[in-house]
Design a protein around this ligand. Sequence first.
Ligand code: MHF
Ligand code: KIV
Ligand code: MG
Length: 345
Amino acid sequence: MGHWSPSSAPIRRQLTCIASQLPDARVYSGPSSPPPKRVTLRTLKAKYTKGEPLTMVTAYDYPSAVHVDEAGIDILLVGDSVAMVVHGHDTTLPITMEEMLVHCRAVCRGARRPFLVGDLPFGSYETSVRDAVISATRMLKEGGMDAVKLEGGSPARVEAARAIVETGVAVMGHVGLTPQSISALGGFRPQAQVAEEALGVLAQAQALQRAGCFALVLECVPGPIAAAITASLTIPTIGIGAGPATSGQVLVYHDLLGMMSHPHHAKVTPKFCKQYAHVGQAIQAALQAYREEVVSRTFPSNAYSPYRIPAEELDMLVDQLRGSGAQAAADAIIAAEKSMHGANL
Ligand SMILES: Nc1nc(=O)c2c([nH]1)NC[C@@H]1CN(c3ccc(C(=O)N[C@@H](CCC(=O)O)C(=O)O)cc3)CN21
Ligand SMILES: CC(C)C(=O)C(=O)O
Ligand SMILES: [Mg+2]
């Protein structure tokens, strides 16, 4: 048994057996790779109870998941923001369940430790409670997620959240700015900026808590409103553009890395995003340097041309090519050998 805790592994291990396409990187693969201690609902609750901030970041693929895991982030969200930051859409609406599941599986292979939450995409849970339950269970069975997130706090959304929880799937709620409602909202606008609206968001948050949500995202609401909501709940709030008084914070991976500095991307980087790096600039500089080195024929140098052939083999090859009349090929060998290794054949 080693140090597998009975509560953390069995479910995911079973899932991995059921669905052959599921990631196996989260399965204990022998003594050489000790299993990392997974973040569970219990871990999250313990942190919240102690007043420790919860950290959450999005990731959409294997390398970003590895990085988020290594950084010790508590919760990894496979967000439907993938539609905008990875697929290049202007909103989160077009991303499909099948596309989300592909991203979830890639993330699951890279992230062993964080608690994994998958965003239910637009259209996958609003049509009926039955559809909501089907979509949520797919996120776990086919996506390898630990929990799902859905947007909104209207009575219909609360009913969907309750039904999913009753199925045995952990649900994270999401109120304030709910980007999937952009058509009705008329834009990515900050929410709860008048007292009546703030009371509405508070009531939605409380209804989602009653429905059994284990946490709530509060997006784009004034700090004091987020503070009031957080103080009124017994489950953690995870803020984004919601000030410092929430129980935790979430940012989009590409935003916090400064990957979207290109003017084409800049439109989707909201004001509340702090850039902890300027990875976009680093990528741009590297690509330009590569292009310039190829054009100037300085790449690949000998250091990056690793495959060798013994001199006597080359001699034989040159002789055979000459014998068969392939003079140009033979000359090319001699010229290349001279320029790469200064050798005269
Ligand atoms: N890259 C990225 N980061 C995000 O945080 C994010 C996404 N994408 N996509 C999904 C949602 C959409 N989000 C957004 C997007 C834009 C604003 C924004 O620019 N708001 C402006 C007001 C714009 C308006 O009035 O139309 C602001 O002043 O905050 C806020 C949140 C947050 N989420
Ligand atoms: C911004 C977070 C909360 C989100 O829902 C997403 O990335 O899709
Ligand atoms: Mg989302």
